[in-house]
Ligand binder design. Structure first.
Ligand SMILES: [Zn+2]
Length: 442
């Protein structure tokens, strides 16, 4: 691969870029990005009334009964944290959930898809859970209530709903007990001491410990989706922040969707890594280093501005020989988490973004490093994509770097982030990613 051709800087500063995996051509014209990162221009913030138990949306702590039965919750016990699986309806309000794992009420890939296309049935564990949940009056009325919310949103009338007997409703409840589209929801809607509806709790507002627990809890959910549905080939993990990025609630959450496909991005990466096993170093991380696009690094991960995307994009790559997130050691997950947290904190809570995880599917024998892209949804792509397939990114890679790096220094000074080297402090040995090396025992 000829790296020089991946990026061309024109005399006026226009940066023409080619995505090394998809071949997508992207141009960034300087000056378009000379504005603050925040979306701006929206409605002015409105003061909020603070409630002891937050009740601002269906993901809030007051509304546990408006979301489907809980697959797991993380609770704090003294200095330690513990996961409780399958919290009974009667117990939902008996402990404070630091974060929760619940089915998505509106699945993208539905339980019907798995049942009709694969003959999927609930696993023994999930069937037992469903029977137990529905054996109590609290469980029955919770499931009925949530199904009614779902059906009403789908346009079914009250009369139709009242005609559905328990048997019909409970068959529909399979989606809650064995579906593969899940949410990880943080406890808080607003930051502590929030004054207005702009003071939402974002990823960057968590402490680094909280963010690490958020990642670890998400990773355990990936493993469980695989364990409960053997037809799932890949679990897509993503976080849409704010409505401009596709979020339905302004309450911090991640989504996991089990798929019978890897998706086009991973397929393209798979093809590239078969042609060149070191492609993620050569065309991605070394390339970023040689072009001064690296913004931060710690012992476990490296973060840089990635070229060839429609939106300004920060990428975080694991340096580990371990490929899948759940194969990573806790300190390696922490290293990735610290980088993600730093990116979110540097962007600020008012910038809408998509965080997307990529890792080796369970049925792949390729060697692809765990990596994460954070796309800043700072604009709607505009330009001449339709006719030419050339896309316009509103910010050059250097403009994005120069917005993020000073913020990282400032955050480190304020002790919001720590344990990383920033910009020129980075060591940047060639080939920092070790994914291509077969892992030795131990
Ligand atoms: Zn909320």
């Amino acid at each position: 691969m000829d790296h020089l051709r991946l990026m061309t800087i024109m005399p006026d500063g226009t940066v023409k870029q080619i995505n090394p995996f998809t071949g997508t051509e992207v141009w960034a014209v300087p000056g378009r990005g000379n504005r603050p990162l925040g979306n701006g221009g929206g409605a002015p913030p409105k003061p909020i009334e603070r409630h002891a138990v937050e009740d601002y949306c269906n993901f809030c702590a007051a509304h546990y009964l408006s979301t489907p039965p809980e697959k797991a919750r993380l609770v704090q016990e003294g200095p330690a944290y513990r996961t409780i699986d399958h919290v009974a309806a009667a117990d939902l309000f008996k402990s404070h959930a630091v974060m929760r794992r619940i089915p998505n009420l509106f699945e993208i890939v539905t339980i019907d898809y798995w049942e009709k296309n694969y003959g999927y049935r609930l696993s023994d564990r999930n069937r037992t859970w469903k029977e137990q949940y529905l054996s109590t009056p609290e469980g029955q009325s919770h499931v009925r209530r949530v199904l009614e919310i779902k059906l009403a949103a789908m346009g079914r009338s009250k009369e139709e709903l009242s005609r559905l007997d328990n048997g019909a409703l409970f068959r529909m409840a399979d989606a809650f007990f064995g579906g593969a589209h899940e949410l990880i929801i943080m406890d808080r809607h607003y930051r502590p001491n929030a004054q207005s509806d702009a003071d939402l709790l974002a990823s960057g507002d968590l402490s680094t410990d909280e963010h690490d627990r958020y990642c670890a809890f998400t990773i355990s959910a990936i493993q469980d989706i695989y364990a409960q549905n053997r037809y799932v080939r890949y679990v897509a993990v993503f976080q849409n922040w704010l409505r401009a990025a596709g979020a339905s609630f302004d309450h911090l959450h991640k989504q996991l969707v089990g798929l019978d496909d890897w998706g086009n991005a991973l397929k393209a990466q798979s093809t590239a890594v078969r042609e060149n096993p070191n492609v993620f170093n050569e065309a991605v991380v070394n390339f970023a280093a040689y072009n001064n696009l690296v913004v931060a690094e710690n012992d476990y991960a490296v973060t840089f501005v990635e070229i060839g995307h429609l939106y300004p994009t920060l990428a975080i790559y694991s340096k580990s020989q371990r490929l899948r997130p759940w194969e990573h050691l806790p300190e390696e997950v922490r290293g990735m988490s610290d980088m993600m947290h730093a990116c979110h904190a540097a962007m600020g809570s008012t910038v809408s973004s998509n965080e997307e995880w990529y890792y080796l599917p369970v049925d792949s024998v390729d060697r692809i490093p765990w990596h994460i892209q954070i796309r800043l949804r700072v604009n709607n792509p505009a330009g001449f994509e339709g006719g030419t397939r050339i896309y316009i990114n509103p910010m050059t890679p250097y403009e994005l770097r120069d917005k993020i790096v000073p913020r990282l220094y400032e955050l480190r000074q304020r002790k919001v982030i720590s344990g990383m080297r920033i910009a020129e402090e980075c060591v940047l040995r060639p080939n920092p990613l070790r994914y291509y090396q077969a892992r030795t025992a131990g």
